[in-house]
Design a protein around this ligand. Structure first.
Ligand code: 5GP
Length: 197
């Protein structure tokens, strides 16, 4: 069985990347890695599904025990990708998506250069602010912190393999799906070419 492919999806908070990922995993053989975080669980989120919620000491233990593929601090909270689940999914030929911010994304790219990095841009900052306000998950102070973080995040987008604008959800999902499918096709071709030689 061929090994699966790894995709990293980043973008400022409120850009809609979470919704894009939700749509992507409705497709066959596309799976989302569940991250660990020290941030508080929000209404509507489920432990083990949205995130694995943990405290700082347990998180640091996981880092020390080599259980994290990557981790980063975002707005004062730790976020990280548990390594084993990702490795297992790749071993079973699955397409795996990491929905993570750019510090962690760049660490993964160094470790696994074959990872395909996709950055989702909002159409404008006013639209980003609207979306953050409308979804009502964060208070206005937290929203401003997230907008401030967006400046550095957007500046990292040229380092990604693909940059997609989320001004239309269906198109954005379609473009991302095309990237996944064409990556799979190329991977299969490479494997079959190498077998022929
Ligand atoms: P939120 O608090 O909105 O769920 O996530 C905040 C930011 O952390 C988002 O940009 C999200 O993509 C990022 N994030 C979520 N999980 C991880 C992770 O495992 N590693 C890294 N580096 N960032 C993550």
């Amino acid at each position: 069985m061929s090994k699966g492919s790894l995709f990293i999806i980043s973008g400022p908070s409120g850009t809609g990347k979470g919704t894009v990922c939700e749509k992507l995993i409705e497709n066959e053989n596309i799976f989302l890695s569940v991250s660990a975080t020290t941030r508080n669980k929000r209404l509507g989120e489920t432990d083990g599904v949205t995130y694995f919620y943990t405290d700082v000491d347990s998180f640091k233990n996981m880092i020390q025990n080599g259980q994290m593929l990557e981790y980063a601090i975002y707005n004062g909270n730790y976020y990280g990708t548990p390594k084993k689940a990702v490795e297992d999914m790749l071993e079973h030929g699955k397409n795996v998506i990491l929905e993570i911010e750019p510090q962690g994304a760049l660490k993964v790219k160094k470790l696994m250069p074959e990872a395909v990095m996709i950055f989702v841009l909002p159409p404008s900052i006013s639209e980003l602010r609207n979306r953050l306000t409308q979804r009502g998950r964060e208070n206005s102070e937290e929203i401003e912190k997230r907008i401030a973080a967006a400046k550095w995040e957007i500046s990292q987008s040229p380092k990604y393999n693909f940059v997609i604008i989320n001004d239309d959800l269906a198109r954005c999902v379609g473009e991302t799906l095309e990237i996944i499918k064409s990556t799979n096709k190329k991977q299969q071709l490479i494997e079959s070419l190498l077998k022929e030689i």
